[in-house]
Structure formats: structure tokens, C-alpha cells
Design a protein around this ligand. Sequence first.
Ligand code: ATP
Length: 260
Amino acid sequence: MMTEAGALLEVRGLTVTVAGKRVCEALDFAVRPGERWAVLGGNGVGKTTLLHTLAGLRAPAAGTVHLAGAPLQRLSRRARAQHLGLLAQDHEDAFPARVLETALIGRHPHLGRWGWESTADLAAARAALAEAGLAGFETRSVASLSGGERRRLGLATLLAQAPAVLLLDEPTNHLDIAHQIGLLGRLAARLQAEGRAWVMVSHDPTLAARFCDRALLLFGAGEALAGACAEVLTAARASRLYGHPLARLDGPAGPVFTPR
Ligand SMILES: Nc1ncnc2c1ncn2[C@@H]1O[C@H](COP(=O)(O)OP(=O)(O)OP(=O)(O)O)[C@@H](O)[C@H]1O
């Protein structure tokens, strides 16, 4: 199959189903360098299921996912993790670890054949922690972190991994407003400068309009619409998305969606 030249992630004819429901049907879209995609839709419409399909954690009912021009299922786990990283909705800490050790997990796909972390890996993990506002937390036990600090550690681990495509499942969960705006703003600028991309599941169309340039709207029953935020994120569509009337107002930093 011919894939779009330069696309970081490309889906063709993608049909995803879960629990007898259709999430999307014969969906096509390409994630290009610098793009920031929002996946929006009501509770249970299948946003996480779609994100996990893009991550290769579950198989689609039909269609393909290509990563850097290669079919996802043909890439080794290591090659996948060099190109693509997932911030899951919830963290489960299987064993007690320190903050720095956890951020270093992000470096694993990049380690040499003996699997030793270099001083450069350590520096990358420390820099990622600082970026997420966790400088000074290195020796703390992960179990001792607050909800927002734990979320920021998840983001820091992904920053240390530095994949071309970041799949973010509600990344602003547990974050206060300053951390939401600060972290997403810095990450968006960095991805644009470095030609990387994110696909972000969100419940907040205002945040999506502010930090994303593309949106994938999931309406249920397999109906989906992909396009530029400025075109697809109208008040009428946002209202349909959530089954509640929303107004789209002009805010100081772009459109604001507010319930009527
Ligand atoms: N293993 C499973 N067995 C049965 N139903 C499932 C399973 N996994 C997911 N579902 C159902 O599939 C649907 C889609 O779930 P998913 O988590 O992808 O939705 P979502 O859009 O991310 O939801 P939310 O906004 O609530 O986070 C939901 O109705 C969920 O209950």
C-alpha cells in the first residue's frame, strides 16, 4: 500500500469495534510532522479504544495503521517505542519505584545492546522531570506522589522517551489550570519545532481548540469526522458530540465552548 510521504502515522480504511459497538468505520487520516490532533466525543464512544488501536495494543476490525511508512504490526516492540509513545488514562504502579527510575523507563527503547543507561539517558530523564515541574522529586517514592504529580511523572516519562508521535489519553487529568496550560503549551511548541506530533484524547473542546490544530470527532455508531479544528469544531458539532447545547464564544486565547 502507498502511504503518504512524510506522514508520521497514517490510518487507512480503519474500522474499530468494541463491545459490539462501532467506534469508526473506514476512517482515513494522516498525522503529519508538527500536527496536534484532538480526539473528542462523549463518554464511552470509544476514544481510548481508538487510541489503543493506534498504539497497536488491539487489532482493528478492518484497515491499517502505518507508523513512519511501515505497517505497525510488522515493527518490533522496540522500533514501535522509538516512534510512538502512549500516556495511558490511568497509571498502575506494579512495584514501588523512585521518581527518577520511573522517568528512566522512557529511555529503554533507546538503550544500547547491554541495556545500560548512559549519562546522556540520565540527563534526558532529569531534564524531562524538570520540564514537568518535578525537579527535586528524583528520589521520592512514586507511591508518595499526589494525583497531579503522578500525572506529570507520566508525561515526563514520555518526554524522556521522545517518540515522534505521542498518544495522550486525557493528559490533563488531575492537573491544575496552570499545569494544563503550561505543560501543553510548552509541549505543543516543542513538537512543532521538532516536527513531532500528538494525538490527544480530551473531554475539553476549549483546550482542544487552543492547543490542537486538527480534530477527530467521534459521534457514535461509527460516525467520525476528521479535519482542521477551525473548520470542524463548530458549536453545532460540539453540541451534537456531547448531546448538550454548547455556545462557542470568542475568548482571550481562542474559542471557548460553554454549556448553555
Ligand atoms: N473489555 C470490555 N468489555 C466490554 N465493554 C468494553 C470493554 N472495553 C471497553 N468497553 C466499552 O466500550 C466502550 C468504549 O470504551 P472507551 O474506553 O474506548 O470509551 P471512551 O470514549 O474513551 O470513554 P470515556 O470518555 O468514558 O473515557 C464503552 O462503552 C466501554 O464500556
